[in-house]
Design a protein around this ligand. Structure first.
Ligand SMILES: [Zn+2]
Length: 424
């Protein structure tokens, strides 16, 4: 899929983006009274967009607006053109809904097929999709992309571990599609049951939650696979908007379909290339409900340098966390990703940890509880002291650190909850 199309130069990608962005702002202005009103309020018209940088003058789209426009006020294309909807779970408030035209579904499966091809998946592979089907985007997205490249799809979904393992062994699954929490759980179960020789997995496509380098290593070791980090969210098609290449140095994204910006999450001002901030996504080709400057809350940075793999699609760093996950601790702002990065660098620790926050006599207390690796040479107390020092040096806070035995923290089939804030 990637190999078959001529490689676009960075300049050509930027030119395409500008043409598509101009078309998009006109489309929104003319077909969405809601967006027209927003542009008028911000004092801009479609004609004001002459360079890619001009996008900074246009209004953002916030998650809350998507909820306010529930159920179908986001639809811009006509009823006749729209063929499907998906929705994400509404843990707080209403679900966020995404609509698709036939062309939108085609774009989505093309992006997914590019991701799978970049990971080395071919028409000789068998994919076991453990992600959710139904209103969720994950199952349907992976299935369409995999079928597009001719791989054999096993649309299993989230079923009991026992059956999952049985199918994996009986059909000789070569590619696992799952969350990182589930991949870890699966790996540990395979090790515990001594099934490692019976599985034929070679690739893991892992997404839907941020995961640490340590967890990645652990999953790769347990399952004997190479893993690829896939990104994407329901609001912008679903999974498949980007993937890390074999060099695993940042995530390539499909800039001919999506425009990425990084902004300061507090001021909304665009960041310098390479600077860390909030990822803002504009869907350049979407018809059914395109989004202009959607604030994802994901924290990352653009990588200005071209990738050594030769692919000219630009890259972002792996996600550090979400702006909603930011922990304010004794006047320091911390993302859980910074903590798990330090944990990854201390040898003798496993990938599993929890951060607990309390307030004792008006003072914030943080406890980092982390598992030791199996067979670690240092005692739990020694490991705790090393980690505490490293966190102090790297993040400039001093939490209480407690190292527990391997396997004693809870595992999750879905997304693992790691931060427990019990402060008022
Ligand atoms: Zn690359």
């Amino acid at each position: 899929m990637i190999a078959r199309q001529p490689m676009l130069s960075e300049k050509r990608i930027a030119e395409m983006q500008l043409v598509k962005l101009k078309r998009l702002v006109h489309y929104l202005y003319n077909n969405s009274p809601y967006n027209q009103k927003k542009m008028e309020k911000a004092g801009v018209r479609p004609e004001d967009l002459n360079t890619l940088e001009d996008i900074a003058r246009f209004p953002f789209t916030e998650k809350q607006e998507l909820r306010d426009l529930y159920p179908d006020k986001l639809m811009i294309a006509s009823e006749e053109e729209i063929v499907r909807l998906h929705a994400s779970s509404g843990t707080t408030g209403k679900k966020t809904v995404t609509f698709y035209s036939k062309q939108d579904l085609d774009t989505w499966s093309e992006m997914m097929a590019r991701c799978l091809t970049l990971a080395g998946v071919t028409n000789r592979d068998r994919l076991q999709i453990t992600s959710g089907y139904g209103l969720w985007t994950a199952g349907a997205g992976f299935q369409a992309g995999a079928e597009r490249i001719g791989a054999l799809v096993m649309p299993v979904g989230p079923i009991a571990m026992e059956q999952q393992l049985e199918l994996m062994i009986d059909f000789g699954t070569t590619v696992l599609v799952s969350t990182s929490s589930y991949a870890l759980l699966l790996g540990e179960q395979i090790a515990a049951r001594g099934l490692r020789d019976k599985i034929k997995l070679r690739i893991g496509i892992v997404g839907s939650e941020r995961w640490s380098d340590a967890m990645r290593l652990q999953v790769e070791k347990l399952l004997g696979i190479e893993t690829f980090d896939i990104i994407g969210m329901t609001e912008t098609y679903g999974p498949g908007t980007g993937l890390d290449c074999k060099l695993h140095d940042g995530i390539h994204y499909w800039a001919d379909h999506l425009l990425f910006e990084i902004i300061d999450p507090v001021t909304g001002i665009p960041c310098q290339p390479g600077e860390e901030g909030e990822l803002v996504v504009t869907t350049l080709n979407k018809q059914a409900n395109p989004l202009l400057r959607y604030r994802t809350r994901d924290i990352t940075s653009l990588i200005p340098e071209p990738c050594a793999c030769g692919l000219t699609y630009p890259r972002i760093k792996r996600l550090v966390g979400r702006s909603d996950d930011m922990i304010k601790f004794r006047a320091v702002n911390i993302y859980p990703g910074q903590i798990d990065h330090v944990i990854s660098e201390v040898s003798g620790l496993s990938s599993e940890y929890q951060i607990r926050l309390f307030r004792v006599q008006g003072r914030d207390v943080m406890i980092v509880r982390v598992e030791a690796e199996q067979g670690s040479k240092l005692s739990n107390e020694q490991l705790a002291s090393v980690l505490q020092k490293q966190i102090k040096i790297t993040i400039n806070v001093t939490p209480d650190v407690e190292v527990v035995d391997y396997g004693s923290l809870p595992r999750s089939e879905k997304k693992t909850k790691r931060v427990f804030d019990e402060r008022e």
